[in-house]
Design a protein around this ligand. Structure first.
Ligand SMILES: Cc1cc2nc3c(=O)[nH]c(=O)nc-3n(C[C@H](O)[C@H](O)[C@H](O)COP(=O)(O)OP(=O)(O)OC[C@H]3O[C@@H](n4cnc5c(N)ncnc54)[C@H](O)[C@@H]3O)c2cc1C
Length: 503
């Protein structure tokens, strides 16, 4: 039997758990990092955002992790870590497809939307090739002297007045771990959550409804090339940045597809589907379903005509889940363990980094002090509040998929909040505990609630009037001129230009 006695046991070595382990070790705590699988391994959840990047840079600065900072932007990442694969993300792009008809861009871009998030490639966000990224973090953790046990199966979780006792097994024998605090960073594994018997909120109260089918591919054509092949230069006229250098959202009936290109020829792609409109057919394999969906949308079929999956498809059940608690006096869940909504608008990496930063700050400032319990309670509430907020945004956008111009305006609630928080960061006015996407701002949440209620009943024909009303509602939050008709759904980078120090 191998035994460990530590301050902190972290279950799950995704980037979230591993980064927290590195921070805790750096602060002088004894940590054990436990993983069911092995690295490198495939992981989904790849598309970063400016807010995620700001938080990654803040973590690097706050905890003295200089090696981490280059990962916060595409240019520095490529210069410092060319062997850790990533992809270029200049912003978000959206295209609404009609069944059995090739995509055809309309004059006023009523079926497409581009929102740039960066002024140039160097300062851009990234798609993280998680197999490389997570494995690199784990080797950093091991290099820092953190005991890391992979292929570790938790067999028992007990709690007493001395803390936690985790029992587990590896191929080379049994393991016993005594820990003062446990963090569950296992995502869908939810080891601690299950041991504590934490309740899931009733799934019928979650607004977003989707299941997913996805893989990694070679040979995916650039969407820009498909557009120009089908429509000539008019197909991409007005694009303010290359539409493939983005989190590309291809919207279909009752669902959407993400397409994320990495620089080494691999593309991550997946459908997120309303399970009622797209029930799993018992006689259809994931690969057959994938091909059937592509074949219903000719331009998507063209984009994937030469694509080959490089790993088996993953087909999930309903993605949405949320637990009723995310922390206690000597335990905490990372957001992906506490809940999940959908990949729509890429919130997960940012939510995880916000949470890691919060826990890191509690470790640094209040771990042995009187404020610890209060701050852990606040931590748990913040994680759940942000999940509820992302559900409101995601669920409303999904409910408007049949009215694309209304959906684009509803999605501005996300983009305006994101720009607002980004500008606050650039101006040095962001507090370390500010919530993700204004989740803790009651005035903004109230505006959003009104906009979302209207979105649900606004017909596509009234979209212009709706957009004008939303622009007025957003008022001082709308720092960058979103919802302005003159952009015709093709938003260039509207933020403050980054300075050298903000790189
Ligand atoms: C379909 C889909 C698409 C997504 N797309 C995006 C996106 O584009 N952008 C974005 O920001 N977010 C996205 N996300 C969310 C993103 O995946 C998560 O936010 C992110 O992975 C969280 O990282 P993590 O390290 O906390 O957990 P995870 O990445 O879930 O890692 C959990 C780790 O725990 C390990 N583990 C599991 N069970 C056990 C156990 N019993 N014992 C020990 N270890 C265990 C796993 O092997 C894994 O290594 C997506 C999620 C899904 C499901």
């Amino acid at each position: 039997m191998t035994r460990f006695d530590c301050d902190l046991a972290i279950l799950g070595s995704g980037f979230g758990g591993t980064l927290l382990a590195i921070i805790a070790r750096r602060l002088g705590y004894s940590v054990v990092l436990l993983e069911r699988g092995t690295h490198p391994r495939f992981a989904i959840g790849e598309s970063s955002t400016p807010l995620a990047d700001f938080k990654l840079a803040a973590i690097a600065d706050r905890f003295g992790l200089d090696w981490l900072r280059p990962f916060a932007k595409y240019g520095p990442w490529k210069a410092a870590y060319p062997h850790i694969h990533c992809g270029l993300k200049r912003g978000f792009s959206f295209f609404r497809h009609e069944r059995d008809r090739p995509f055809a861009a309309t004059d006023g871009n009523t079926n497409s939307l581009l929102v740039a998030a960066s002024p140039d490639a160097d300062h851009s966000d990234t798609h993280w090739f998680r197999a490389d990224f997570d494995a690199n973090l784990v080797s950093r953790a091991v290099g820092d002297g953190i005991p890391y046990l992979d292929q570790f199966e938790v067999t028992s979780v007990r709690h007493d007045d001395r803390g936690w006792e985790l029992g587990g097994a590896r191929a080379d024998g049994e393991v016993n771990i005594r820990a003062g605090f446990v963090v569950d960073a296992t995502g869908t594994g939810q080891v601690l959550a299950k041991a504590l018997g934490l309740e899931l909120v009733d799934p019928s109260t979650l607004r977003a409804r989707s299941r997913a089918i996805y893989s990694h591919f070679t040979g995916v054509a650039r969407w820009h090339d498909v557009l120009e092949a089908e429509q000539g230069p008019a197909g991409t006229a007005g694009h303010t940045f290359p539409c493939d250098a983005a989190a590309l959202h291809q919207i279909i009936d009752h669902g959407w597809m993400w397409v994320l290109r990495f620089d080494h020829g691999i593309t991550s792609a997946g459908f997120s589907l309303d399970p009622d409109a797209h029930p799993i057919r018992p006689d259809e394999s994931p690969e057959m379903e994938w091909r059937r969906l592509l074949n219903s949308y000719p331009s998507l079929a063209r984009q994937f005509a030469a694509a080959e999956p490089v790993r088996p498809f993953v087909r999930t059940g309903r993605l949405q889940r949320r637990l009723s608690r995310a922390s206690g006096p000597d335990w905490a869940l990372l957001p992906h363990t506490a809940g999940f909504l959908d990949a729509w608008l890429s919130p997960g990496i940012a939510q995880t980094l916000f949470a890691v930063n919060r826990l890191g700050r509690i470790l640094a400032e209040d771990w042995r002090g009187p404020g610890r319990e209060r701050r852990l309670t606040e931590y748990g509430r913040a994680v759940l509040r942000e999940l509820v907020w992302v559900d409101e945004i995601t669920g409303t956008c999904f409910a408007c998929f049949d009215r694309f111009p209304v959906m684009t305006t509803a999605s501005m609630i996300y983009f305006v909040a994101a720009h607002y928080c980004e500008e606050r960061e650039r101006a040095g006015r962001a507090g370390p505990d500010d919530a993700f996407l204004l989740a803790d701002d009651p005035v903004y949440r109230e505006i959003a609630a009104r906009v979302f209620r209207q979105a649900l009943t606004t017909p596509a024909a009234d979209a212009d009037r709706f957009t004008a009303a939303v622009r007025d509602e957003l008022g001082p939050y709308n720092l960058c001129g979103l919802c302005e008709p003159r952009w015709r759904n093709m938003y260039p980078y509207l933020g403050t230009l980054p300075t050298e120090t903000s790189r």
